[in-house]
Design a protein around this ligand. Structure first.
Ligand code: TXA
Ligand code: MG
Length: 349
């Protein structure tokens, strides 16, 4: 299959691209598109064949449910059987935006889209290209992140091309995304809403609106804590090719230990990558040293994390050592993804 790659110009010309993309979805094809979080791999959410194609293109197990993206609040009523008051409150506060809510599904939604579940994950993104594309596509776009299963989510169209060229019909290229980590997911079908995946909309922000919020215990813990509630979170996700270890502790100790480990690795013929922060970056020795941002600026770290993991892959780095980050606010999302990428290998010094 030849993949059309269309570059957004932010002029009237974009209308044609969006229109073509919408028609592809309506006729059962697949289109990767930008959102504020990461690029999505879209298909018609109400067409079971489209969902099957999404799983095939990603190489993803089909018990892993997809998020349905909508562009207007009233459209939600066709795909959910109940839209409780608490969920409405969250929608008013955070939609359009990087929040996904799990709700009871209506019978319009095929089981192929929800991986066999009776619930459906719904999100209204804020990216204007995403919104017009969803509208042109008929209003209901099922979309996982547009990466091959097991690779970091794509934060730029060039990474979508790397993973999906030849596997899907079209890529809408709007350069780099805004946020760089996937949306926050909250399950609204529990008595007390439950945070399943942390993101830019933080637990604190959700609690302010909801009052009570529970958190899936597996978010920051390893396998010992049980089975995650979002089926997709159980897979080893976001995994770079190199073996990643996180080093946590006082900055001087962390730098010292990372340098020791890097030296040993290099002596053994490994190619060593280091993920540091602006404050410490000049103190490291390794084959490839990258700063993910300022240590206390979570927004900048979120934006660069997946890109760095992919760059290490391109450079064939075999061992990666990373600093650790705080778990407050958006830090919870950063550490959740980093811990997964590391298969929960963390060294305290
Ligand atoms: O930011 C995002 O959410 C991006 C963009 C493209 O919107 N999408 C995304 O999709 O990250 P994906 O498929 O990579 O991650 C969706 C997660 C998976 O872990 C999946 O298991 C969970 O959402 N999920 C989907 N439907 C669910 C449901 N009904 N109940 C519980 N978890 C669900
Ligand atoms: Mg994903």
């Amino acid at each position: 299959m030849e993949t059309i790659i269309s570059k957004i110009s932010h002029t009237i010309k974009d209308d044609e691209i969006i229109h073509t993309a919408g028609d592809i979805i309506k006729s059962g094809g697949l289109v990767a598109f930008p959102t504020e979080t990461v690029y999505g791999l879209g298909g018609d959410a109400l067409n079971p064949d489209s969902s099957r194609k999404i799983y095939a293109a990603k190489g993803r197990p089909s018990d892993n449910p997809l998020i349905i993206h909508i562009c207007k609040l009233e459209d939600i009523y066709r795909i959910v059987s109940d839209f409780p008051e608490k969920a409405k409150k969250l929608a008013r506060e955070f939609w359009p935006g990087p929040l996904t809510m799990v709700l009871p599904k209506s019978d319009k939604v095929p089981k192929e889209t929800t991986g066999g579940l009776n619930t459906v994950a719904v999100r209204m993104p804020v990216d204007p290209i995403a919104l017009s594309f969803i509208e042109a596509a008929g209003g209901y776009v099922a979309a996982p992140s547009a990466n091959l299963s097991g690779r970091p989510s794509p934060t730029s169209a060039k990474y979508v091309e790397e993973d999906m060229d030849g596997r899907i019909d079209m890529i809408i290229d709007d350069g780099d995304v805004e946020i760089g980590l996937e949306s926050t997911i909250v399950d609204m079908t529990c008595e007390i809403p439950m945070l399943l995946r942390p993101g830019m909309i933080t637990a604190e922000m959700l609690k302010e609106v909801l009052g009570d919020l529970e958190t899936d215990k597996t978010i920051l813990a390893g396998n010992i804590a049980g089975r995650p509630k979002a089926p997709g979170m159980k897979y080893k996700h976001y995994a770079p090719k190199g073996e990643l270890t996180i080093i946590a502790g006082k900055p001087e100790e962390v730098i010292k230990r990372i340098n020791e480990l890097a030296k040993t690795g290099m002596q053994q013929g490994e190619k060593v990558g280091i993920i540091g922060t602006d404050e410490n970056i000049s103190f490291y020795y390794g084959d490839s040293i990258k700063s993910v941002g300022k240590h206390d600026d979570e927004v900048s770290i979120a934006k660069r994390l997946y890109r760095i993991l992919r760059e290490f892959d391109d450079e064939n780095v075999t061992l990666i050592y990373s600093e650790s980050f705080s778990t407050g606010g958006m830090g919870q999302a950063i550490m959740n993804r980093l811990l997964k990428a590391a298969g929960h290998q963390i060294l305290y010094v």
